[in-house]
Design a protein around this ligand. Structure first.
Ligand SMILES: [Zn+2]
Length: 348
């Protein structure tokens, strides 16, 4: 029986699996002559790791990708020798990976999960529904629970975050004034609606200052918050490159959900990132506000997002953080980076 090794597959999860479930003694790999004296395993024992990923792929010679040519399920070339696939699945169920182009079978996912929409159009359909059709009772065919579960992460006790407010009077505000706004004075914003306040925090003082559109010469009150109890948040502070780098073996059974909703997640991230025109903000913020409320309803403590100035954290409740310091700052300089978008030259 041929054996493969931990060096054949460059993924930590598979690496650990081979160490724990492979042969007790080190040996030589049958798939690459340079892999000597390594942890080896019967390739068929890897079926359970590959099946949740491979099962979503179909032959697609028109639009698909070759298995070994930067296929989107793998962030790097995983196999030194694609014959390994036949060794993992000797019944030949994935032999088509070797001679064909393949792509994610979104119809299979839709059928198994009883969904209607196509993944590329989910954000567009979602926005149309909540902006122009049903706002409070929208019919949205999206598995929010599964989608956000992929993006969850803890923020551990002890981490520090910041909140800034203008304070031109120059006398340090009370703690109450720097906490979560009271219901009656909360405004419509990116992740909350009027009447339902949240606590917006930033990862640095500078980000907090820029988030409130500070200007040179302004006096700011900046409060420091410590996380007192671990937070469970949905982290949407990723760009599309980071989404692509999520490792398939780590996702396991969630892999199909991740690929199906990846475009939708990237669209949310983008909408949370870009500034919105003030004139349209009541309607343009709506989709993000609903996303935020979905996350709250699912029981998370908050959500993380990347604003134009850095990392921000929205907390639905303020009971797991404590304000520890309140300081006054003057804004002495604002760095500006500009990129030319268009221009007209005049020669006379
Ligand atoms: Zn090997």
């Amino acid at each position: 029986m041929k054996k493969c090794c931990n060096m054949c597959i460059s993924d930590n999860i598979v690496w650990e699996f081979i160490k724990d479930n492979g042969e007790k003694t080190l040996g030589n790999c049958d798939f690459n002559a340079s892999h000597k004296n390594v942890s080896i395993i019967d390739p068929q024992k890897l079926q359970g790791l590959f099946e949740p990923i491979f099962k979503w792929y179909k032959v697609d010679n028109k639009n698909g990708l070759l298995f070994n040519k930067g296929l989107s399920i793998f962030s790097s070339k995983i196999f030194d020798n694609s014959k390994l696939i036949s060794a993992i699945f000797p019944d030949g169920r994935y032999s088509f990976f070797l001679e064909n182009r393949i792509s994610f079978d979104k119809n299979k996912y839709k059928k198994e999960h009883k969904l209607k929409g196509y993944p590329e159009k989910l954000w567009y359909k979602f926005c149309k529904e909540v902006k122009n059709k049903y706002r409070f009772f929208a019919d949205i065919d999206i598995e929010f629970d599964k989608t956000f579960d992929i993006c969850k992460r803890p923020i551990y006790a002890g981490e520090i975050f910041f909140r800034a407010r203008f304070n031109m009077a120059g006398k340090i505000f009370s703690k109450e004034k720097m906490g979560k706004p009271p219901r009656q004075s909360s405004e419509n914003y990116r992740a909350n609606v009027k009447g339902i306040p949240v606590l917006y925090l930033s990862s640095t003082r500078e980000t907090a200052a820029l988030e409130i559109q500070s200007y040179k010469g302004a006096i700011l009150n900046i409060a420091e918050f410590i996380v007192e109890e671990d937070l469970n948040i949905v982290d949407l502070a990723r760009d599309s490159t980071l989404f692509k780098s999520i490792l398939p073996f780590k996702l396991g059974e969630d892999y199909g959900t991740y690929i199906f909703y990846r475009t939708f997640l990237c669209d949310i991230v983008f909408k949370l990132f870009i500034p919105i025109n003030k004139d349209n903000r009541d309607i343009d913020y709506l989709p993000c506000q609903i996303i935020s409320e979905k996350i709250k309803k699912l029981g998370y403590d908050g959500l993380g997002f990347l604003g134009i100035n850095g990392y921000n954290l929205v907390l639905f409740k303020d009971n797991k953080v404590r304000l520890t310091r309140n300081s006054l700052y003057t804004v002495d300089d604002l760095s500006v980076i500009i990129n030319e978008k268009d221009s007209i030259e005049y020669n006379s």
